[in-house]
Write a protein that binds this ligand. Structure first.
Ligand SMILES: [Zn+2]
Length: 257
């Protein structure tokens, strides 16, 4: 079993919009990075990052959400360039259905692993628009949180049944958002927390998003706060990876390494 990062691109946001106390002059590059989990029973991507059509996806967003972006290389292109056999890829497990996490699905003909809450969110919500267009041709493998409480979260889904990849519900950003816990055979542990917070500052400084952004971006800010505090409590025991913090992926090898 092994973990790789596939940085597909970045987009620009001012820190003032990213977390409470952030400066307006401090521009942050937000990562759009997919993570490959290699596992003897079939590999998974956690999120898909930017795909080859990301320009069109950004154009379809409301004007205030559009941002300068850079496409590095889609997950699909990186997998192919490294000689990866796509037959090993069992599916893409999405932390949630927002455009910056699913754009790359358009280039990947594999199933999407999703829970009922996020399927419902993405089916009806404006934030699910890009997902609806890129997922149309995909099989959806719907999973349920039928496992026991896990690390303070009320229920869990153990993807492989061996504890190596455990998904827990963290509704708040979207109604079906999740945190994905990965434990490697080396004992190294990771929590891929999606958009519970956008930057590591959110973990280190316990800073939430600014109020207006919480209202705009989060389905349930109170629930999000609870889940963020749960994750902050775990920060000493594992590597916490907010989806959009470029430096949070440090230490996870690139596919070509
Ligand atoms: Zn996001």
């Amino acid at each position: 079993m092994a973990l790789f990062q596939l940085p597909t691109g970045t987009y620009e946001t001012r820190a003032a919009f990213a977390f409470k106390g952030g400066s307006f002059r401090d521009k942050r590059r937000f990562a759009a990075t997919a993570v490959l989990v290699r596992h003897p029973s079939g590999d998974l991507l956690i999120d898909a990052g930017f795909g080859s059509q990301v320009g069109a996806h950004i154009q379809s967003l409301p004007r205030y959400e559009r941002a300068p972006y850079e496409l590095i290389r889609s997950a699909s292109a990186q997998l192919k360039a490294s000689g990866y056999d796509l037959g090993h890829l069992r599916g893409v497990l999405v932390t949630h259905a927002h455009w910056d996490h699913v754009s790359g699905l358009a280039d990947l003909q594999v199933p999407i692993l999703m829970n009922a809450g996020e399927l419902e969110y993405s089916g009806g919500n404006r934030g699910g628009r890009v997902f609806r267009s890129v997922s149309a041709e995909h099989r959806i493998d719907r999973y349920q949180f039928n496992g026991p409480p896990y690390l303070g979260f009320p229920a869990s889904f153990d993807v492989y049944g061996d504890g190596s990849v455990v998904v827990v519900p963290a509704p708040g950003h979207t109604t079906g958002s999740v945190v994905v816990f990965v434990t490697l055979p080396t004992g190294q542990r990771y929590a891929f927390i999606g958009d519970l917070t956008w930057q590591l500052d959110g973990i280190r400084r316990r800073a939430e998003r600014p109020l207006v952004l919480r209202m705009l971006a989060d389905s349930d800010p109170r629930m999000l706060r609870e889940d963020l505090l749960r994750v902050i409590a775990l920060a000493g025991a594992m590597h916490i990876v907010p989806a959009h913090d470029v430096s949070a992926y440090d230490g996870i090898p690139l596919l070509g390494d």
